[in-house]
Design a protein around this ligand. Sequence first.
Ligand code: UTP
Length: 450
Amino acid sequence: MIDVPSELLRRIREHGQEHVLKFWDDLNETQQEQFACQLEAVDFELFNSLQQLSAESTPVELHPSPIVALNDTYREIGVERIKKGELSVLTVAGGQGTRLGWSGPKGTFPATPVTGKSLFQVVAEQILFAEKQYGVVIPWYIMTSSQNDAATRSFLLDNNCFGLERTDIFIFTQGEVPASTKDGKMLLSSHGSVAMNPDGHGGVISALKVSGGLEEMESRGIKYISYVQIDNPMANVVDPKFLGIHLSEESSKEVTSKCVKKTNPKERVGVFCLVDGKTTIVEYSDLPTEKTVEQNDNNELSYGAGSIAIHMLSTEFLQRVVDGMPWHIAHKTVPHVDLNTGDYVNPKSPNANKYERFVFDVLPLAKKSLVVETEREDEFAPIKNAQGVDSPSTSQQFQRDRAIRWLRKCSVDVSDNANVEISPLSGSVPEELNCQEFPSSIGDGETVVL
Ligand code: UTP
């Protein structure tokens, strides 16, 4: 039996959270040590400031964001910078993947249609291909969470990092914040632990800083970060056209984002808008209904530039905004220990506040930004849900369809029903493929991996 360390006790009391110690005396010594350790790591000041957050209001001054098409014009500039070793890839993979219901980290999910390569392998092989093509190291930064960090590390090691050098992969863990009751009390997830939640994909910027990742980038001469989420196996993670357009004007942009046309007004993706003159992503749930259906002169959705969560970020910019990222509050259902009975309860309706940051909040912080439109069919096949839209089966179908289109560009006579997969080691865009190596035709139902 140990006492709560006095300095820790003082902080807990100062912030009005003594209730978290209610079951302290029931814990054994190891549990007490672990609990004290967890509490020492809690940022009470931050937690306090989050209690002042109020529900968000819908933006008033809203206009569609200007968009340019992703094109070849600046590709060479991008290639040049990649060859100089200035580009890195950043994958956020700390999410809980609740909707997909996969037991391991989402990055370990088998995503490709024929060989079932994992989402991590798809990114790793794209990087490997680009490293060979440009003769340079492209370091890979992966954000995990405390829940999936160990499993992510072993998965990569067990698979020999899919051919990448382990020393060129920087794995770091995102921050966590306690969930609270609506009146600002921390919840317990057991008698000896506070219920913590990952701080959202927007936590990536502070996590990069705290983990030394930003410094590491600087020491390697990295100036640009290709940001992708782990759940989109069609994202082109090393894209010289994208980097080139990011650098296309002298007063360099701080962030450039890819968008695709929304398929319909109800598609649940964030939309690029101008809010008070600043490029911003407005979440689908926050876009006023009349705006979701509004059409422009070309009979297209006025607010139809859907975000696919692919951004090119300048490292200098991240250094500047690391402390300026806003927080959001979400009312969620959080299982917890009932303080009166000591029982673990699983509420049926939202009982708590969770606090998160969103990566797209960097956009309005940028002095200069740009939104470029890419082809949905080439770059967007997210795996979010177990079934239905944005599920493994829709993603695999999109990957298959893309492979068929690319093979046709190589003059291969492919049936619409061929079961084909193109490895990222063969190229990430049609121009990179070695068409001579492909068969001249692929028939109905035939399975081919290239
Ligand atoms: P989502 O918002 O789709 O969340 O994450 P999720 O956790 O993967 O899935 P659900 O909502 O529980 O079903 C989009 C991307 O952001 C990462 C995810 O790993 C995914 O790549 N992410 C999300 C984090 O890295 N950390 C977070 O706290 C949240």
